[in-house]
Design a protein. Structure first.
Length: 203
């Protein structure tokens, strides 16, 4: 019997996606669930909802709560955290490279490394040099990967994936989908995994 699958929709600029990216593989393996990694861009989704910025910036009390909450959660999970000097950062290039990683099977370590660069090392993940450094550290072919990521078919693929997120009713990241069921937020990861396991048992 094939293992159940959870779609994992994440954004490299998203604070709570940092937590989910760093812990989803271990949690999914313990649950016997596979992950379908779905990098996308929140900017177009937010614009469609009438926001021209992160809601954590638009609503300062919500933003203050989020940063303190993230500190607490990172401490609980044993994850390094350094509040980015710029938020949100542009995750476009990272997302394009991540799509290549989905095809080639290295999206998970790449995503962890980029999230660490953004939320633990305060590095500008929009800069090609930072992404190239991540690829080199992972032992991946830098020039070839960057060229593929910036090729028109891959750019279109990310655009279509982002449009698909909006069509599915996603409004934030991280989001998890099991069939038609949607779970939003890092704290719903375990719920999504449980739902996937129950769906397999009931199949």
């Amino acid at each position: 019997m094939s293992r159940p699958v959870v779609e994992f929709w994440f954004e490299f600029a998203s604070t709570y996606s940092y937590l989910a990216v760093m812990r989803i593989e271990k949690a999914a393996e313990a649950a016997g669930v596979d992950i379908a990694w779905k990098p996308f861009l929140l900017g177009p989704v937010f614009l469609a909802l009438g926001w021209n910025d992160s809601p954590f910036n638009i609503y300062p009390p919500k933003g203050r709560y989020m940063w303190r909450d993230l500190e607490r959660l990172c401490a609980r999970e044993g994850l390094p955290f350094h509040r980015p000097s710029r938020f949100p950062r542009n995750g476009l290039l990272a997302a394009r490279v991540a799509l290549v990683g989905v095809d080639e099977g290295w999206v998970a370590p790449f995503a962890r490394a980029v999230m660490t660069a953004n939320f633990a090392e305060d590095r500008e993940i929009a800069e090609p040099a930072v992404i190239e450094d991540v690829l080199a550290t992972l032992g991946l072919p830098v020039a070839e990967t960057m060229a593929r990521a910036q090729a028109e078919p891959n750019k279109l693929a990310l655009r279509c994936q982002t449009e698909r997120a909006a069509e599915l009713g996603l409004f934030g990241a991280p989001s998890f989908r099991v069939g038609e069921e949607l779970f939003w937020g890092n704290d719903r990861l375990e719920d999504a995994l449980d739902w996937a396991r129950q769906a397999r048992v009931g199949a």
